[in-house]
Design a protein around this ligand. Sequence first.
Ligand code: ATP
Ligand code: MG
Length: 174
Amino acid sequence: MSETADAGRHRLFFALWPDEATRRGIAKLARAACERPVPTANLHMTLLFLGMQDDAALACFREAAGRVRAAPFDLTLDRLGGFARKRIRWLGCSAPPAALGKLVQALAEAVKVCGFEAEKRPFVPHITLSRKAKNPLGGEPGEVLSWTVREFVLAESEPTPDGVRYRVLDRWKL
Ligand code: ATP
Ligand code: MG
């Protein structure tokens, strides 16, 4: 195997990855709601942040994800929110479906065999629309989007000179 400075190190997270039509819809909403929206290709909903991990852990997370059994669901994206301290503006759901919480729980359970203990903070489902937002407040988006979720992904976050970029490593059907 070739060795580089950060060979075998991956910044990983499980996420929901919008289909192209949903992605375009969210991007449009982001442009309307934020001055500096994140790049369209970056729009996603994190389910479980895994952080910096090596190749062995990555292999374990992959196997664990393959054992997760969860149902597909619809997300009604009808709420703007903010993390004021982090100056993040986001899009989310006023009533997240139980199936979303169950999927997050199932993932957190599954990765325990890899020695990963998920943080205890309550899960706040959100799609980041803007960082360093001037006005990271809540509200209602101009349009309500419906997103039919049929899969989840394992993604890797890679810093680039133009900002962070994400790579989908694997996908699993719900
Ligand atoms: P950047 O950190 O460069 O501004 P980013 O936050 O999108 O960009 P990452 O920090 O690699 O990129 O995070 C990847 C995903 O995981 C994002 O959705 C991010 O919100 C989420 N995330 C990052 N750190 C945590 C954490 N400590 N707890 C929960 N989720 C996190
Ligand atoms: Mg970050």
